[in-house]
Design a protein around this ligand. Structure first.
Ligand SMILES: C[S@@+](CC[C@H](N)C(=O)[O-])C[C@H]1O[C@@H](n2cnc3c(N)ncnc32)[C@H](O)[C@@H]1O
Length: 268
């Protein structure tokens, strides 16, 4: 029902004639991708019961909210802000005078700004840093050039190697020593998304232009790019530590070492 409503809303927005090729494209995508075999990792995720998955999602949201509740007066950068603003999070940030910057495509940022304005939640503490095309890496690089620094960074964008490898490096430049880095979708794979998109018109319609699956071979589509980069770059090379009691299997909270600690481990 919700999905029919989404389809009708998309059709109305486009004009019904233009919606016809979209409907055909969607059917074709669904037909092609529902049959694709799942990767072991994606299978692992989808084998979890709905209740378990909801439990993780609730727990993750609680962790994020408790991080924000303990961040009074601090700065928070969200890389990838999602289709809709999380209103409870925004209220919490405003109550705690958290200075927020959200990075995403321009049309996504414009949508968030519109909704927050409508709900009377826009404030000087909320800023969007959009990219018109390409990826948020360019925006993050510009922030780093201006020597901007954040206490907390939430990396939850494209979740793929070519987009997020530079984003991780830039997030490290932008994070203060001792700062907290939340990384979402640690177990996520492209083959999981591919299959998931075939289940929901809304997801397919939102993500279809953002992902070019042909950039990665079958094996690379079955591997979690986030986990690979976090383990190899952040943990092994940059000595971030995972905060276990604030992490779930799918979202990790990592702490950047203090400078002295980092220097010590580099000398060792
Ligand atoms: C999973 S959603 C983020 C969810 C959000 N952090 C939340 O907690 O609700 C991923 C976001 O990354 C954005 N994204 C993906 N690729 C991008 C790119 N190349 N440039 C900018 N934003 C991108 C998408 O537009 C989407 O809003």
């Amino acid at each position: 029902m919700g999905s029919l409503k989404n389809k009708m809303a998309a059709a109305k927005k486009l004009g019904y004639w233009k919606a016809l090729p979209l409907a055909v494209e969607w059917r074709l995508y669904k037909w092609k991708n529902k049959r694709k075999p799942e990767s072991p990792v994606a299978a692992g995720v989808s084998e979890e019961s709905d209740e378990r998955v909801h439990q993780y999602l609730r727990q993750q949201e609680e962790i994020l909210q408790s991080v924000l509740a303990s961040a009074a007066g601090q700065s928070f950068l969200e890389i990838g802000i999602g289709p809709e603003p999380a209103i409870r999070r925004v209220r919490l940030m405003l109550e705690n005078q958290v200075r927020y910057v959200g990075c995403d495509f321009q049309y996504v940022c414009a949508h968030h700004r519109r909704i927050l304005k409508k709900q009377g939640l826009m404030s000087d503490n909320i800023r969007f840093a959009p990219n018109r095309s390409g990826t948020y890496a360019w925006t993050l690089f510009q922030m780093a050039q201006r020597r901007e620094q954040f206490d907390i960074i939430f990396l939850d964008g494209h979740h793929t190697f070519y987009v997020d490898f530079p984003a991780f490096v830039l997030a490290d430049y932008l994070l203060k020593p001792g700062g907290r880095l939340l990384v979402d979708d640690i177990e996520w794979t492209l083959s999981f998304l591919r299959k998931n998109m075939a289940r929901s018109f809304h997801d397919w319609n939102f993500y279809r232009r953002m992902y070019d699956f042909s950039q990665y071979d079958e094996e690379q589509q079955n591997v979690s790019h986030m986990k690979l980069i976090v383990n190899d770059v952040l943990v092994e090379r940059l000595h971030y530590t995972r905060v276990d009691d604030a992490s779930t299997p799918y979202r990790w909270l990592l702490q950047k070492p203090e400078l002295r600690q980092l220097e010590k481990s580099l000398q060792a």
